[in-house]
Design a protein around this ligand. Structure first.
Ligand code: HEC
Length: 450
């Protein structure tokens, strides 16, 4: 019967008028959709603003739910469908969206029978006991209201030898205020010595400081995963772990003191994970200089792979006025594949997108990245009103922009070739940018002196 109904709904384009079929009810069709796709974030204690577990929860919010799923703003998933499917993709099917629309148009019937059981979510370490547990040294106090806070807090790990990271998970103490975190390693172990700014631990800004190595992140609603067998990230001895928080005030004061679990490989991996960042250095050398009022400022970067790689996933970073970004791969035998496309960049959702299966990119594959910014007054996310000239920098009113491929060389011995090529390219771009532009030269010198 449900089958028939879905077809009828599809044919009627969402309107149920004239369709003589069973009604769509919360108990039958809607609860399973919400429990599977929404409750992981929409439940007590999580950072989503209300629960979606019971009939009463859903009925109260029905109209905004229908709007959010129709516009695609919920469940949050910024990447467009790409050439290769992503793992843990959060997307409702067209028929699920139509069922929600039909249910709302029909007055949100609860339906007969037993109330659906809300899903249970495991507590504790979801990947089993970590090899190392790191507790943040002191709590960060997030005020009841005000704008979002970005804060870096560093802890020395005390590693006497290099370790190989296969996963990170974390337990926030005040889940409701933690929207996401990004992890970095500072191999010099210096960031924790940086003086605290203000009364709370850590320092603000969007760059973790030091020679930071990105280690991934944690985001509301995301599942922790191990890297595939045989892959790991190097965590050099003496490193600090730097955790960059995005706090979103909830209406009451909260104190966040997270516990972070690190998982290590037993031995050095056979193949090393690396990151191909385009443009390099978050566009520092790419001429990121956006005039006030400019509606569509575009930067492009191309890089032809000197060695074959297997790609695990893609990630992107930009600040508030970025609008769109895209990474494609043109294969040597022809054919353009989309690896990542985001049409409505939102700084609040810094997800990584991992492919379900490794994506093979042979030597000679051309990677292309295109990033668009909107620095006009018409951009509701513009932090400056009226708009001002925006250049590269780590504050939220400055911009950065890059898309990174997370990959491993097909042959381990190619890693050095890849590193050497990428380093040479970055040096060339840096030299060219610094010679022509004293402002950039100053920024580079400042970063190097940190
Ligand atoms: C990954 C976590 C997550 C998932 C999964 C999720 N939400 Fe949300 N939702 C949020 C957060 C956080 C907000 C607050 C606004 C924001 O940060 O974008 C929100 C806000 C909303 C709002 C308020 C209006 C709006 O669009 O901002 C609605 C309605 C909503 N969610 C419905 C849903 C429904 C329905 C689903 C499942 C189909 C869902 N959400 C899945 C995290 C999530």
């Amino acid at each position: 019967m449900r089958h028939v109904l879905i077809c009828a709904v599809t044919l009627a384009g969402g309107a149920l008028a004239g369709v003589s079929a069973e009604r769509v009810t919360f108990n039958q069709q809607i609860a399973p959709i919400l429990h599977q796709n929404c409750s992981v974030c929409h439940r007590p204690g999580e950072a989503a603003p209300f629960s979606l577990l019971s009939y009463a929860d859903a009925q109260k919010k029905a109209k905004t739910i229908a709007k959010a799923v129709t516009s695609g703003s919920m469940p949050p998933w910024k990447a467009e469908p790409a050439s290769f499917p992503y793992r843990d993709e959060r997307r409702l099917s067209a028929s699920q969206i139509q069922l929600i629309q039909a249910w709302v148009e029909d007055g949100m019937p609860e339906g007969q029978g037993a109330k659906p059981e809300p899903p249970s979510f495991p507590s504790g370490w979801r990947l089993g006991p970590p090899d190392m547990v790191v507790e943040m040294p002191s709590a960060y106090h997030v005020p009841a209201d005000g704008s979002d806070i970005y804060r870096n807090i560093a802890v020395p790990l005390g590693l006497k030898e290099d370790r190989w990271l296969t996963a990170i998970d974390m337990h926030p103490s005040a889940r409701a205020v933690v929207h996401h975190v990004l992890y970095f390693a500072d191999p010099n172990g210096k960031v924790h010595e940086r003086s605290q700014a203000g009364a709370e631990p850590g320092f603000s800004g969007m760059r973790a400081g030091g020679a930071s190595i990105p280690l991934g992140g944690w985001a509301l609603g995301a599942q922790p995963h191990f890297y595939p067998e045989g892959f790991a990230l190097q965590l050099p001895k003496g490193s600090d772990l730097v955790v960059q928080y995005h706090f979103h005030p909830t209406g009451k004061p909260e104190a966040e003191k997270s516990v972070i679990g690190l998982y290590f490989a037993k031995k050095a991996p056979e193949r090393s994970l690396t990151r191909i960042q385009m443009p390099p250095a978050y566009s520092l050398f790419a001429g990121l200089d956006i005039p006030a009022g400019e509606k569509d400022f575009v930067l492009r970067d191309s890089y032809t792979l000197p060695v074959g790689v297997d790609a695990l996933g893609v990630g992107a970073h930009a600040h508030y006025i970025c609008k769109q970004l895209k990474m494609t791969a043109t294969l040597p035998e022809g054919g353009v594949k989309t690896l990542l496309q985001i049409k409505d960049w939102d700084f609040a959702w810094q997800d990584r997108y991992y492919f379900k299966e490794l994506v093979s990119l042979p030597k000679g594959t051309k990677l292309d990245v295109e990033i668009h910014w909107d620095n006009s007054a018409g951009n509701p996310r513009n932090p400056s009103s009226p708009p001002v000239r925006v250049t590269w920098g780590e504050e939220s009113k400055d911009e950065m922009g890059s898309v990174s491929l997370i990959a491993v060389p097909k042959v381990q011995s190619d890693l050095l070739t890849l590193y050497a090529e990428m380093a040479q390219r970055q040096r060339q771009l840096a030299r060219k940018a610094m010679v022509g532009n004293p402002e950039i030269a100053k920024k580079v010198r400042q970063i190097l002196s940190e």
